[in-house]
Structure formats: structure tokens, C-alpha cells
Design a binder for this molecule. Structure first.
Ligand SMILES: [Zn+2]
Ligand SMILES: [Zn+2]
Length: 396
């Protein structure tokens, strides 16, 4: 049964991607028709200057990501647990958001939609993507009734759909499939909305709390065939739990940056060391909200830049050997001897790793590695998360 359903989705997937229409709400064959967005609804200052901005908010144990599109639309992917609601609202207001243009509630667990209750009591959402999984919790019931009260148009997110968020910017849905998965270890997690945000040549993959069964299905699915999985930035599924990530999936996504959203000293032991090990083996740079707070990326459509980390001079690399600032293109080597510091975050904390020795240094160390060997980290903690150890002379 499940296989037959997947075949239908496969066709829809290919059609949906192949017939990407201009404007909002391109749709797939047979899926629910996404409503269009009223014109002139933008209220946001936006990512600014043609930039897309993606912030993984520090919401403690939970997930929340705020996206500001270049033309001033807001997309909120999850809203953290109930206790983080005020913080999420504050982030929206600080960005000049008066209403959430697009809201994705990945799945109805409290650590993903709990904070949205506070947000929706303060400002409306215009378009909402929902997996359509009935969890039956009081939090979900309140969430759905708040959506109704604020006049949001709710659409079932299904694999194969593409939503156009503005010029050059779209959201591709890779999961869930129709019908939803049933009988897995945690159906609520395994029917998470998995969506890839694409701006120009840059890609961000959001995975909710997807577990093994959904991940395996996704890997063999039309989404994989259509190439919807590769991304520059991966929001690691399920807060870095042991069942959220594995090597085949990471190979398919091949992210340069992996973001783990979890609470400091959380009761679940997230992130799990097997997940960290898989990420390390894949060679992506791991970033954690419990260590670094909010993690922000910007994209100009060509390259993704991690804020708070110095822009890499030509030839400097991430642990994968690819340039930090380049959208998949390799530098020509050489370049400036000293990195340029991005001033908008505490630049005193960043450290420079040597990708061969896997030792990291303070920026003022006299024994910095050659530019071509450098790997930049926003903090010593992040360097250590990535398996680097401190240089004794400069880290006393
Ligand atoms: Zn969760
Ligand atoms: Zn969950």
C-alpha cells in the first residue's frame, strides 16, 4: 500500500518540480491546491539588500527558525516550546515582522509548536503548512484553533509541492508522503514536514524530528531522485538524537553546515554522540544552539555565509576542505594573510583551526596555520564540537 502511494507521489514530485510556475503556490498533480497569498502583504525589513537571512533561534530544547526573504517576507519554521514563545515573538518583532507570511509547523510536538501559541496570540499567520497529523494534544488543539481565529489559510504539506515565496526563493516539500506513515516508532515525528528552502543556488534543509523510518523512505523516494535533498545547511533532525541522522542521509544531503537545535544540559542527552560522529565523518561544520545561541546565515543566492565567523580569505577552508564563504566553488588559493572579522557579533571569541593537525588557535596567536589550512569557528566550544583541540600556548 505504502509503495503504491509513493509511486503516485513520485509522479507528482517530478511534475511539481518540472512545472515550477512563476508566482506563489505552484502545485503538484493530485495534491491539495495551495492558496495564493494576497498581494502587498509584506511588512518585514527582510534579509536586506537582496539577501536571504536564516536564523536558527536559541529556544532551549526545541526548534525554531526565522527566515526573512530578500523581498521582505517572513517564514517561520516551528516556534520552539511554550516557554520560548516570548523569545520567538521578540525575534519576529526585532526583524520588523508584523505578521508571519508563511508558517511551517513541522509536526505537532510541544517543542515545535508550543511557542507558536504565544506568537499567534500576538500576530497572525497568513499561510500555514501543516503535516495533517492528528496528535490530539491540548497544545495542538489550541494551535489549530488559534490558526483558525487569525484567519490563516492552512494547507496540507505533501511531498512534491513547491511554494514560491518570492523572486528566486522557493520552498520544496520532500515529506510527508500521502498517506502519512503509520506504525513507525513515533508516527508524529516520522510525518514531520521536511522542506528545502532554495534561494538562487543556495539551499537550506529543514527536517523537523524525522526519525529512521521517514529518513529511509525519503532516501528511496522521488525527493531523492529529483535532487531535493542536497543542501548547504542542514537542520539536523530531532535535535541530534541517535535516530535523527545517519551516514547515507548525510551523503545525500552533503551539507557544509549542520545545525543542531537543542537545550543546554537537556534531559534527553541530545545531541547523541553517534549523530555527532556521523556529522564529523561527513566533514560538515557542526553548529549548536546550546553552545552558541542563535545561529544566523545569510545568502546572496550564490553563497551562504555564517554570521559571526570571519569571512574566509581565498584558500581557507571548512573541515571539508571547501571554502567557508563560497557556494560550492573552490578558491584559487593564496589571498589575504589575515581573515576579515565580521563585526556584528562578538568577534573576540572566534578561533582558527588547522585542518591538518586539528588544533585551534586564538586569532592573536603567533603560530597560526597557513591560510590554506585554516578552518574558522565562532567559538572554542564549536571547534571542540568539531573534534579540534586547543593549542596550548595561546589557550592558557
Ligand atoms: Zn523536537
Ligand atoms: Zn517531535
Amino acid at each position: 500500500m505504502r509503495r503504491a502511494a509513493l509511486m503516485v507521489v513520485s509522479v507528482g514530485m517530478v511534475v511539481g518540480l518540472a512545472t515550477r510556475a512563476p508566482g506563489l503556490g505552484a502545485r503538484t498533480g493530485g495534491g491539495p491546491r495551495p492558496p495564493s497569498v494576497p498581494a502587498g502583504t509584506g511588512t518585514v525589513s527582510g534579509g536586506g539588500r537582496g539577501q536571504l537571512q536564516v536564523s536558527f533561534l536559541d529556544v532551549g530544547q526545541g526548534d525554531a527558525a526565522l527566515v526573512l526573504t530578500p523581498d521582505g517576507k517572513s517564514l517561520l519554521v516551528d516556534g520552539g516550546p511554550g516557554g520560548a514563545g516570548p523569545r520567538v515573538l521578540e525575534a519576529l518583532r526585532a526583524a520588523g515582522v508584523g505578521k508571519v507570511d508563511w508558517l511551517v509547523g513541522s509536526h505537532p510536538h510541544e517543542d515545535h509548536i508550543g511557542g507558536l501559541l504565544h506568537v499567534l496570540r500576538a500576530m497572525p499567520a497568513v499561510q500555514v503548512l501543516d503535516p495533517g497529523y492528528n496528535h490530539g494534544s491540548a497544545t495542538q488543539q489550541t494551535y489549530l484553533s488559534l490558526l483558525k481565529q487569525c484567519g490563516a489559510q492552512t494547507t496540507l504539506a505533501r511531498a512534491g509541492q513547491t511554494y514560491h515565496l518570492g523572486p528566486g526563493c522557493r520552498l520544496e516539500i520532500a515529506a510527508p508522503v500521502d498517506p502519512l506513515l503509520a506504525g513507525t516508532e513515533a508516527d508524529v515525528n516520522n510525518n514531520s514536514i521536511v522542506a528545502r528552502l532554495v534561494f538562487g543556488r543556495t539551499r537550506f534543509l529543514f527536517t523537523g524530528d524525522m526519525e529512521e523510518q521517514q529518513r529511509k523512505l525519503l532516501l528511496g523516494s522521488a525527493a531523492a531522485v529529483a535532487g531535493v535533498l542536497p543542501a548547504d545547511v542542514l537542520k539536523v533532525s530531532h535535535h541530534g538524537s541517535f535516530n535523527g541522522t545517519d551516514a547515507p542521509f548525510l551523503r545525500a544531503v552533503a551539507p557544509r553546515f549542520a545545525v543542531i537545535s537543542c537545550g543546554r544540559g537537556n534531559d534527553y542527552g541530545y545531541p547523541h554522540r553517534d549523530a555527532l560522529e556521523a556529522l564529523r565523518k561527513q566533514g560538515c561544520q557542526v553548529l549548536r544552539t546550546d553552545e552558541q545561541g542563535t545561529i544566523r546565515f545569510t545568502s546572496d543566492g550564490e553563497r551562504v555565509r555564517l554570521e559571526g565567523v570571519p569571512t574566509a580569505p581565498q584558500g581557507e577552508s571548512t573541515p571539508t576542505g571547501r571554502n567557508v564563504g563560497a557556494g560550492g566553488t573552490r578558491g584559487t588559493g593564496g589571498g589575504a594573510a589575515r581573515p576579515v572579522v565580521v563585526p556584528n557579533r562578538d568577534s573576540r571569541t572566534w578561533v582558527i583551526g588547522n585542518r591538518d593537525s586539528r588544533v585551534y588557535h586564538r586569532p592573536d596567536c603567533g603560530l597560526l596555520p597557513a591560510p590554506v589550512r585554516r578552518v574558522m569557528f565562532v567559538s572554542a566550544a564549536q571547534a571542540e564540537t568539531n573534534g579540534f583541540r586547543p593549542h596550548r600556548d595561546c589557550n592558557r
